[in-house]
Write a new protein. Structure first.
Ligand code: NI
Ligand code: MN
Length: 249
C-alpha cells in the first residue's frame, strides 16, 4: 500500500516535471503591438520587430513603457516599420539588425549598436538563429534615402520557428519557407501595400505554418480587412490566431 503511494507521488512529480520542461521548450511568447510591430520573448531575451509605436494608431504600448530590449529587427526602411527603433535602441542599448543600407542610415541617427544582415544562411545569436528571407516590397527611407531591399525574418528560438514576413506581396519564393517548418507565421493581410486576405490564403498554402497571426491590417483606412474571414478561407490548413494589439500567444 505504502509502495503504491510512493509510486503515485513519484508519478505526479515526474509528470509535472515533464509538463514544465515541455512548456520550457515552447517557452516563446509572441505579443502583437499593432500593425507589424511584435515583441518576441524567448531564451531569456527580448526582441522587437518593426517597433512602430509612437505614430501607430493601433499601438498597444508607449515607448515609455519599454525599459528592456535586447534586439530590434527591422524588415525594411518604411516609417511604419523603422518606427521607434532609434529611440528604443538608444534607451535600452538594444542591438539593431537591418540590411546594410538601413544600417548605415541608423548610424547617421546616432544608433551605436547596429549589426548588418543580408539574405543568406542566417546568423547565430545568444537566443538562437535568424535568417533574412525574401519579401516583395520596397524599402526607401523617408527623405528618399536608399533603404536597400525589403526582407522578412525567420527566427529559431529554442526550436520554435517564427516567420515575420515584413511587408510583402504574394510570391512563389514563399514555397521555400515550407522547408523551414514554421510554427508561427506573422503575415500582412491588409491589402493595398501588401497581400490581402485572398493572397494570404495562398501564402499559407505555400508556407505551411502551424499557426498564423495576421498583421498589417486596420491601422489605416486603405488596409481595413475583416480578418475573421481568414479562419474560414484557410480551413484546416493552419490555425489562425487573431490577436488584439497588446495580446500574446
Ligand atoms: Ni512598407
Ligand atoms: Mn508597412
Amino acid at each position: 500500500m505504502k509502495k503504491n503511494v510512493v509510486f503515485a507521488v513519484l508519478f505526479v512529480i515526474i509528470f509535472s516535471m515533464t509538463a514544465i520542461s515541455s512548456e520550457g521548450a515552447v517557452g516563446v511568447k509572441v505579443t502583437w503591438l499593432g500593425h507589424a510591430a511584435f515583441k518576441i520573448e524567448g531564451a531569456g531575451k527580448i526582441i522587437y520587430v518593426d517597433p512602430y509605436i509612437t505614430n501607430n494608431p493601433m499601438a498597444a504600448i508607449k515607448v515609455d513603457d519599454i525599459d528592456k530590449a535586447d534586439y530590434i529587427f527591422i524588415t525594411h526602411g518604411h516609417g511604419d516599420h523603422i518606427g521607434d527603433s532609434v529611440a528604443i535602441s538608444k534607451k535600452t542599448g538594444a542591438v539593431v539588425l537591418a540590411n546594410g543600407e538601413l544600417s548605415e542610415w541608423l548610424k547617421t541617427q546616432g544608433v551605436e549598436k547596429v549589426q548588418t544582415m543580408y539574405f543568406g544562411g542566417g546568423s547565430n545569436f545568444d537566443f538562437g538563429h535568424v535568417k533574412m528571407v525574401y519579401a516583395l516590397h520596397g524599402s526607401t527611407i523617408s527623405g528618399s534615402v536608399n533603404g536597400g531591399v525589403a526582407a522578412g525574418f525567420v527566427f529559431n528560438i529554442g526550436g520554435v520557428k517564427i516567420y515575420h514576413a515584413g511587408d510583402t506581396g504574394l510570391t512563389k519564393e514563399m514555397e521555400l519557407l515550407a522547408d523551414e517548418k514554421i510554427d508561427i507565421a506573422l503575415l500582412p493581410v491588409g491589402g493595398h501595400f501588401t497581400m490581402d486576405l485572398k493572397d494570404a490564403v495562398r501564402a499559407i498554402e505555400f508556407i505551411k505554418p502551424v499557426k498564423v497571426i495576421p498583421m498589417h491590417y486596420d491601422t489605416f483606412p486603405p488596409i481595413k480587412a475583416d480578418v475573421r474571414q481568414l479562419v474560414e478561407l484557410v480551413g484546416k490548413k493552419a490555425e489562425i490566431v487573431i490577436l488584439n494589439p497588446g495580446e500574446s500567444m
